[in-house]
Structures are given as C-alpha cells and as structure tokens.
Design a protein around this ligand. Structure first.
Ligand SMILES: [Zn+2]
Length: 425
C-alpha cells in the first residue's frame, strides 16, 4: 500500500481544535497518522514548507453544470452533449479550488451529474467525490414551471402533481442513477407568481418523495424558503434543506430536534452577490434585487441561521455558484459570509466547510476530518485561512489536493521553498 507523508505542516484537523504542527501520513486511501509522524518507510514525502493542511472542502449544494448562467434559458437551451463538457469543467474547477466533495443539488439536464460522477470515479476526469443531483422536481405553476398553455416549455424542472406523479418521477431519477433528489418545495424570488414565502408543494408530495427515495437508498434535498415548506421537509424526513430564510419558533425547535440527521445549506452567497452589486454587470443590479425582496430575505436568513448556529444545527457551505458573477471554485467565499452574516468564528466556519460536509457525503463519519482511519481527502494551502480566509476563495493558494489518497493537484513546485522528495525504501 502506498505511503505518502505531508511533512512540515500546520494541521487543522476539521474538528475545530486549534491547528498543530507536524505531518499527515496517508496509507492507501486513509489517514494513518497525524502530528508527530516518522518519515521512515514512506514512498513519497511532500514538504509543505510550514503551510496549512486541512480536510478537503465540501460544496454542499452543487450545480456542476452551471457556468456563466444569467437566466434559466442558459440551462434549458444548450444541448445535454454540450453541457456534459460544462459539467466536467465545473468538476475540475472545484477540485482545483480545494473542494474534494460535491454534494449535488441539481443539474441543467437529468444525467449530467451521473455522467461526470462516473468519469471522475473511473479516473478519466479530474473532479471531487460527487453525490449526483438530477433535475429539480416541482409542481404546476411553481418555481421551475415556465410553460404556459399557449407556450409549452420543457425545463428547467420536472413538473409533477400529486403523490403518484411524484413517486414515478423519483423512481425514474433513481433508475437513472441520481444520488440526491431535489424538490422545489417553496417559492422563489426569481418566480414572481410564487415568491419565497409561498409553499406550492404539498406535504403529501414531499412525503411521497422522501419515502420513495429512501426506499432506493437515495437522499432527498429541498429548496425551501417558506416556514411551511421547511416544516413539511422536517416532518417528512428530508435529508438536507437549502436556503431556509423564514422561520418561527416552532421551526427552529423542529430543526434543533432533528439536528443529528438533517443538514442545512443557507446558500447566502447569491443574495450577497446581488446586493453587493456583483451581478449588476450581468443585468441584475442591487436595485432589481430590491424589487425582488432580496434584502428582506437576507435579513431573515441572518436571523434564522444565526439562531440555528447557536442551536448546533449542522450548516454546509456552498450553493448556487456557477452564475456569471460566481464562477465554480469560488464557493470558499461562503466561509467568510458565514462569519459576517451568521456570527461564526473562523474555525467553526471551517468545520462547516469540511467536517459537516463530510458527514453529508457519507453518513458513517468516515470523511471530513484529518484523523487516523478517516478517508484521505486533504488540501495544502499557502496561508493559514484562520488568519486570512481569502486564500480559500479560488484555486491560486491551493497548493496540493489529495482525494481518496490520490494526488489530484500538485502546485508545490511553483513555490520555491517546497519540493517533492522521493524517498528510497
Ligand atoms: Zn441551487
């Protein structure tokens, strides 16, 4: 079994404990030792040159096939063949930026996440571990239903009405290899007919989706901004809920009670970017965000997720990147947003980006921390992110990426002081 040592590092293990100096020994695809590690008997040594080593990050709401998106037209019009390349580029951008896992939300076409997952797993494409999302499932007249009687339109969501329709749609996605089913439970500010506080999908539909997907061993995740929608999800046993801006005391209590089984992904990046004017060059200025009620959603997001943080609910970073103003690989910005909007301290925000994500990817706790026996997904970063979080906001400062014990990126040679040392056995 190949033994690789990353030596001379400052190690953040993902548990939230203070970083320690030392090395990380990887044996096959697992971590064998952390801290004071003997260099004898290893096949290769990477001298980290005092750099920061941490678990690989997890994008908690991935849209691999989103690239330069400014409208749903950009998801619907391109062919699946063209979008397969887009999704492959998305996977590569994530791994280069230190994301060793992508917990799928949805894709522009049903099979894109599955196709890329298979290529990455076979070692033919660079990319993270992928739990593949499919097409979003919505209901008539809600988010993702852009058809009209006089003007039918397919996409961006699959439309179902009633539990039987839902059962069929979920089974079909399971058949096609989807890991993560996504429901559009609440409305959305991009669909004026059903704004974020509305709940077009019924409890019976959500419940059927969960029972069906779980029977196939798959997960169900939900777009939900409304109080009622989020309650539907918790009651039905949805595995991860996205956005979750509005809340009342009962919902907060329900989430606290479910905190050992549910994950919550605030996806605050998109609203921040719109209100900060970052989307303005692409036709979505902050003023339009105002008409869309985004400031009010953002205010509620701060209230709800600050409270959920205090109650120990597991947050994941990421979500809704891949727009024209938010390229794939910049998801690490969410770590800073978690601090600014929800009151996280830097180490706890890093835990959301790593350990929490690992638990979402693999429920058995085998992923997400640098501890002996855990799967070897780790990155080497130029600067300690606890001092400067900007180093995790793109690929430039990510020097080394290891996923499942395999070297996925090595840019250590570009920085003079560090080098790869081949060790004779
Ligand atoms: Zn999304």
């Amino acid at each position: 079994m190949a033994r690789t040592l990353i030596s001379n590092a400052l190690i953040f293990d993902g548990t939230g404990a203070a970083p320690v100096k030392g090395g990380v020994l990887v044996e096959g695809n697992v971590i064998a030792a952390v801290g004071e590690v003997e260099a004898g008997g290893v096949d290769q040594v990477f001298d980290a040159g005092g750099r920061f080593v941490m678990p690989g990050m997890v994008e908690g709401h991935a849209h691999l096939s989103f690239e330069n998106v400014t409208a749903t037209e950009d998801l619907i019009t391109p062919t699946p063949e063209a979008q397969a390349f887009t999704a492959a580029r998305g996977a590569r951008a994530l791994i280069e930026a230190g994301f060793t896992s992508a917990y799928g939300a949805s894709e522009a076409k049903l099979g894109l996440g599955v196709a890329v997952r298979e290529e990455v797993n076979a070692g033919r494409l660079p990319g993270p571990r992928i739990r593949a999302g499919g097409l979003e499932i919505s209901v008539t007249g809600a988010m993702g239903d852009e058809g009209r009687l006089h003007n039918p339109r397919i996409g961006p969501s699959t439309i179902v009405d009633g539990p039987e329709d839902m059962r069929r749609a979920v089974r079909l996605q399971c058949r096609e290899g989807i890991d993560n089913i996504k429901l559009d439970v609440s409305g959305d500010p991009f669909y004026p007919g059903t704004p974020g506080h509305t709940t077009p999908m019924s409890f019976e539909e959500v419940d059927m989706a969960v029972r069906t997907a779980h029977a196939y061993g798959r997960r169900v995740n939900a777009h939900t901004r409304s109080i009622e929608g989020s309650k539907h999800c918790v009651r039905a046993g949805v595995d991860a809920i996205f956005h979750v801006e509005y809340s009342d005391e009962e919902l907060l209590d329900m989430l606290e009670e479910a905190r050992d089984r549910i994950f919550v992904v605030p996806t605050v990046g998109l609203f921040h970017q719109i209100m900060a004017g970052e989307a303005a060059p692409f036709g979505l200025p902050a003023e339009v965000g105002g008409y869309m009620n985004i400031p009010e959603l953002l205010e509620n997001s701060c209230k709800t997720h600050t409270e959920l943080r205090k109650r120990g609910v597991r947050h994941l970073i990421g979500g809704d990147y891949g727009f024209a103003w938010s390229p794939q690989g910049t998801q690490g910005r969410d770590i800073e947003f978690f601090i600014d909007y929800y009151g996280y301290d830097p180490a706890s925000a890093l835990v959301c980006a790593t350990a929490n994500g690992g638990l979402a990817m693999m429920g058995d706790g085998s992923l997400g921390t640098l501890q002996p026996g855990k799967l070897a997904d780790l990155i080497v970063v130029d600067v300690n992110p606890l001092d400067d979080l900007r180093v995790l906001q793109g690929p430039d400062k990510i020097r080394l990426v290891v996923k499942d014990g395999q070297l996925c990126k090595n840019a250590l040679a570009e920085v003079g002081t560090s080098m790869l040392v081949e060790v004779m056995q």
